[in-house]
Ligand binder design. Structure first.
Ligand code: 5RP
Length: 223
């Protein structure tokens, strides 16, 4: 199977997984990226079964609206039943690296509100140890050089992501060369750097469930 076929399979599996949990008042949190896009397309088949969505990016909001699915501001809803999103890496604890699509901060906020976080990914994202994928850090633009120097002190190799402005008007620094075995501690440490908005480690709030696309079918995993 191709990587896109695996992404399609997990997107469909996610719709099947969440369908029994939804009612006409339910809000679904929707992530960002190519796997999330496949999920949005399958979610459209279910749109009569829930109220609407909160999106983690302008791009996902636009795709949802294109399917006629109502999109709410996060401040307009009280609860999110389930959040479904992809990842750049996951370990066995379902701690993630996210932010390859530069939407990490909104993704983290929506995940924090959601009752359940379902991660969907093809098995190329499954790793023993996080860090081979460069860790994205969202940064206030004027703090870029300062944050870069501080990230160097943590042992990483920070690289400014040229030409990318987040939905929040900030920039991204990708930190290469990290071997992350204490994800919660590093997530917190990076967040302490003045000028950092958030980082792409999802360890304080990991996924609850992973639907992992493999050549032998979709596996459902919990930490
Ligand atoms: C966007 C993300 C995505 O979930 C992550 O980059 C995975 O993307 P894809 O599904 O395209 O492989 O965190 O900020």
């Amino acid at each position: 199977m191709t990587q896109d076929e695996l992404k399609q399979a997990v997107a469909k599996a996610a719709v099947d997984y969440i369908a029994p949990k939804l009612d006409s008042d339910s809000i679904v949190g929707v992530g960002t990226g190519s796997t999330a896009n496949f999920f949005i397309d399958h979610l459209a088949e279910l749109k009569a079964s829930f109220d609407g969505c909160v999106a983690s990016s302008e791009a996902s909001a636009e795709r949802l609206r294109g399917h006629g699915i109502p999109v709410y501001e996060l401040n307009a809803v009280d609860t999110i039943a389930v959040y479904v999103d992809g990842a750049d890496e996951s370990n066995a604890q379902l701690e993630l690296i996210k932010g390859g699509g530069a939407a990490l901060t909104r993704e983290k906020i929506v995940a924090a509100v959601a009752d359940e976080f379902v991660c969907i990914a093809d098995d190329s994202k499954w790793v023993e140890c996080l860090g081979a994928f460069p860790l994205p850090v969202e940064v206030i633009p004027m703090a870029r050089s300062h944050v870069g120097r501080e990230l160097l002190k943590l042992g990483g190799d920070p690289v400014y992501r040229q030409g990318v402005i987040t939905d929040n008007g900030n920039v991204i620094i990708d930190v290469h060369g990290l071997r992350i075995d204490q994800a919660c501690a590093l997530e917190s440490q990076i967040n302490q750097i003045t000028g950092v908005v958030s980082n792409g480690l999802f360890a304080a709030r990991p996924a609850d469930v992973m639907l992992l696309g493999t050549a032998n079918g979709v596996k459902q995993l919990s930490a």
